[in-house]
Write a protein that binds this ligand. Structure first.
Ligand code: NDP
Length: 263
């Protein structure tokens, strides 16, 4: 059977991207919308959600935003029910919402550690659990977990984040093996260092005007010799959301300018 480019199209699909009011989530949701999907997203606060909804709509996209914390299971179940009534059952989920706390491990409180695990690992579990039953009923679905290079590596000050993103890689594989028989594909995207609000402090100039040491490290260690842009992730997200990836399951696609191959 000949391959058709329309396998990349997402027309008529409902795609839910968590934490998509800005940054990587916003770019991914916009890319899925350009491929034809209706976009549903959430954020923590009403005003940013409303502003993001307006800017998606100004760009001509069919988008609806909800205020919902991904760590609150009852609220997520309620939101998924509301989306089903207002937009339709969810076909594609991108678990993008995430936080990072940069604190040396021996100075980190258990409360801070738990909070990172809660948002970055338990959140994707709660959201995936809420959507999988309808995906099974509807003959399949796509789940994309936004992982990290820290799914593979450890580094100073990010122990909770690395534990959560390493766990998210294994949650990805587990969902793939547990629900693959229902035509559900669960894969991850592992961004390299991407210029977003989350990484803005690492690009701030030093008092003497020199580049932040981490900024210098990224440029030196990334074969592409630059930070990634959010749009670098868009193609991977469309591919993993589309029929073109129907036999890809349980994998992490690293979009990192080659840094993982090098360090
Ligand atoms: P941002 O901080 O720009 O965006 C994260 C989004 O998640 C924000 O909209 C935030 O909302 C939302 N969010 C946080 N906690 C919750 C919650 N409990 N419930 C719902 N929404 C929540 O981050 P990025 O765009 O940089 O990162 C997106 C994803 O990509 C994250 O999972 C991150 O770990 C991952 N990543 C990023 C990399 C990078 O270099 N930037 C590299 C590797 C992975 P609010 O704005 O209201 O706080």
């Amino acid at each position: 059977m000949a391959f058709e480019m329309d396998k990349f199209r997402l027309d008529g699909k409902v795609a839910f991207v968590t934490g998509a009011v800005h940054g990587i989530g916003y770019e991914i949701a916009s890319a899925l919308a350009k491929a034809g999907a209706k976009i549903v997203f959430n954020g923590l606060k009403k005003d940013p959600v409303e502003q993001a909804q307006q800017s998606y709509r100004d760009a001509g996209f069919d988008a609806r935003g909800y205020v919902c914390d991904v760590t609150d299971e009852e609220a997520v179940q309620e939101m998924v029910k509301q989306v089903k009534e207002e937009v339709g059952p969810i076909d594609i989920v991108v678990n993008n919402a995430g936080i990072i706390k940069r604190i040396p491990m021996i100075e980190m409180s258990a409360e801070d550690f738990r909070q990172v695990i809660d948002v970055d690992l338990t959140g994707p579990f709660i959201v995936s659990k809420a959507v999988i039953p309808d995906m099974i009923k509807n003959g399949g679905g796509k789940i994309i977990n936004i992982c990290s290079m820290m799914s593979e590596l450890g580094r100073e000050t990010v122990c909770a984040y690395a534990a959560a993103k390493g766990g998210l890689k294994m949650l990805t594989k587990n969902i793939a093996s547990e629900y693959g028989e229902y035509n559900i594909q669960c894969n991850g995207i592992g961004p390299g260092y991407i210029a977003t609000p989350q990484t803005a402090p690492l690009r701030e100039k030093q008092e003497d005007g020199s580049r932040h040491p981490f900024d210098q490290f990224i440029i030196a260690k990334t074969p592409a010799a630059r930070w990634g842009e959010t749009e670098d992730l868009a193609g991977a997200a469309v591919f993993l959301s589309s029929k073109a990836s129907n036999f890809v399951n349980g994998h992490i696609l690293y979009v990192d300018g080659g840094i993982l191959a090098y360090i």
